[in-house]
Design a protein around this ligand. Structure first.
Ligand code: NAP
Length: 251
């Protein structure tokens, strides 16, 4: 890259966010590392990343005010923002058959706030400097569950489905300003959040959901994020990219 570019990665202390930060830093980006509670992990990432200029930014992105302040803090430090990676997210289990109404309401509110509203709020704020720059990339991590349904987490599935739709809408709205917007829809990926659930379901059974016969690795999603963040993909926008070993095509 001729000019050093800045990427804000949410949920960067672990899993897919962490792998995205590593891949982007390896490609020459400066990383604004967002974390919420995992400060030791975020500090370890900061030490590990290649290149200079990376910094930690603590924020709960599900809080609309903190999401706005996060982007403002990144701009204060770097005076530019080239890439936003919305990786922070959480799978909240639900059971429509046995949850009480409060549990049902709370899960919907939490899931929509974190998995849908946080990314679009961050995109709202990130789009302002990107429009001034005349370029930018917004990369939303959604899920295979947006297509297949999530019977044990309907709010999560609906939020990710909504984020796929928002990706397409924002790509159309912002394309005239040189901003590309993408969604990556992973399937099962070996992260700290997913691995216990994969073990519960049976590692081999989960691997068999893909014709490739294995589970995705965080680095495979991170490398895809870095590819989309680069200039080779400037004509690709509004795309929802399946990164789930074709498992969404199978039962
Ligand atoms: N792994 C999979 O199989 C899979 C499959 C499909 C989609 N995804 C999606 O991929 C993304 C990353 O998931 P992952 O598996 O890598 O999970 P992970 O290892 O738990 O990483 C998620 C990160 O998001 C952070 N986070 C959660 N709530 C936050 C908030 N309000 N503000 C800021 N950060 C917050 C978490 O930190 P704290 O704990 O400190 O909050 C954590 O570091 C999620 O959007 C997930 O839905 C994952």
């Amino acid at each position: 890259m001729s000019e050093v570019k800045v990427a804000l990665v949410t949920g960067a202390a672990s899993g897919i966010g962490r792998a995205s930060a590593v891949a982007l830093a390896s490609a020459g980006f400066i990383i604004a590392i967002n974390y919420r509670s995992k400060r030791p992990e975020a500090m370890a990432l900061l030490e590990e990343l290649p290149g200079d200029g990376h910094q930690l930014f603590c924020a709960d992105v599900a809080d609309a005010a903190q999401a706005g302040k996060l982007v403002a803090d990144v701009l204060d430090v770097y005076q530019r923002l080239d890439v936003l990676v919305n990786a922070a997210g959480q799978f909240t289990p639900q059971d429509v058959k046995s949850d009480d109404y409060d549990e049902w309401q709370n899960a919907w509110q939490h899931s929509l706030q974190l998995n849908l509203l946080a990314p679009v709020n961050l995109a709202f704020h990130a789009a302002k400097p990107m429009m001034q720059q005349g370029s930018g990339k917004i990369i939303n991590i959604t899920s295979r569950g947006a297509f297949r349904g999530e019977p044990t987490a309907p709010a999560y599935g609906a939020a990710k489905s909504g984020l796929n739709s928002a990706t397409q809408s924002l790509a159309l709205a912002l394309g005239g300003h040189g901003i590309c917007v993408y969604a990556i829809a992973p399937g099962w990926t070996e992260t700290p959040a997913a691995s216990p659930r994969i073990r519960d379901q049976g590692w081999d059974d989960v691997a068999a959901q893909s014709p490739l016969g294995r589970i995705g690795r965080p680095s495979e999603i991170g490398n895809l994020v870095a590819f989309l963040a680069g200039s080779e993909t400037d004509y690709l926008t509004g795309a929802i990219i399946d990164a789930n070993g074709a498992s969404y095509l199978r039962n």
